[in-house]
Design a protein around this ligand. Structure first.
Ligand code: ADP
Ligand code: MG
Length: 243
């Protein structure tokens, strides 16, 4: 579903991705972790073509991002993205947040978009809030709306960038529950998160990035958590700090 080959990126003189290669198969859940500034957000944004890269190749569902003739807006519409800070439109109702991109990007009729959006809102347990505005919801609820909004676009893959790290602790669980549900239904997912409980429960693989934008580990969940002797020293340091 996603293939990265030797992807490198620089901001001016600073290299932020260093020869990153990884493959994510359909239905796989891959957790990306690593210290702050190691390039996790940048990596995930290149997959959605939100960030250009200077070297290497990325293919998403057969579409080559590095090919200048690729229709990037079309690709982007099929890759769901959930950010740390929800990024809902504050002046639009929950329902309008769910439908606007379906109508403007996918060309769905307002009726179809509403049907699909409300179905996804029900899925994340928030149908009772359909007429509210984002500011009237808790952080956990806003993030669940953001997930419902991404799902309304019928994505082929979902990318999450620290979806729970801006939330009060008591709201983390409700968002992770939705993500666990998605994973169990077979959604292809790439999640930047330090929620190692989530990683243990549903991930297939764990990628560890280190400063300088290098993928230091890409291994099975079992190897990552249960075989510390086979891990790099930097990975062990990191795990000791967060576990
Ligand atoms: P992470 O998500 O792992 O914390 P990021 O991908 O956000 O890391 O950032 C990787 C590196 O790229 C950091 O050193 C950061 O300062 C730098 N960086 C991120 N965005 C920009 C930008 N727009 N311009 C310049 N440098 C940036
Ligand atoms: Mg980040």
């Amino acid at each position: 579903m996603i293939e990265l080959k030797n992807v490198s990126k620089w901001y001016g003189p600073v290299q932020v991705l260093n020869e990153c290669s990884a493959t994510i198969n359909k239905g796989e859940v891959v957790v990306v972790c690593g210290p702050s500034g190691s390039g996790k957000s940048t990596l995930i944004k290149t997959i959605n073509a939100l960030e250009p890269f200077q070297k290497g190749e990325i293919t998403v569902d057969g579409v080559k991002l590095h090919d200048p003739s690729t229709n990037l807006p079309k690709l982007r519409s099929r890759v769901g993205m959930v950010f740390q800070h929800f990024e809902l439109f504050p002046h639009l109702s929950v329902t309008d947040n769910l439908t606007i991109a379906q109508i403007k990007v996918l060309g769905r009729t307002p009726d179809d978009a509403k049907k699909r959006g409300l179905k996804m809102l029900e899925r994340v347990g928030l149908i009772a809030h359909k007429d509210k505005f984002p500011g009237q919801l808790s952080g956990g609820q806003q993030q669940r709306v953001a997930i419902a909004r991404a799902l309304s676009m019928d994505p082929i893959v979902m990318l999450f960038d620290e979806p729970t790290s801006a939330l009060d602790p008591e709201m983390v669980g409700e968002v992770l529950d939705v993500m666990v549900g998605l994973a169990n239904e077979g959604m292809t997912m790439m999640c930047v998160t330090h929620e190692m409980g989530f990683a243990r429960k549903v991930s297939n693989r764990v990628i560890f990035m280190d400063v300088g934008g290098k993928i230091l580990e890409d291994c099975s969940k079992d190897d990552f958590f249960n075989h510390p002797e086979a891990r790099q020293p930097r990975t062990k340091d990191f795990l000791n700090k967060i576990l």
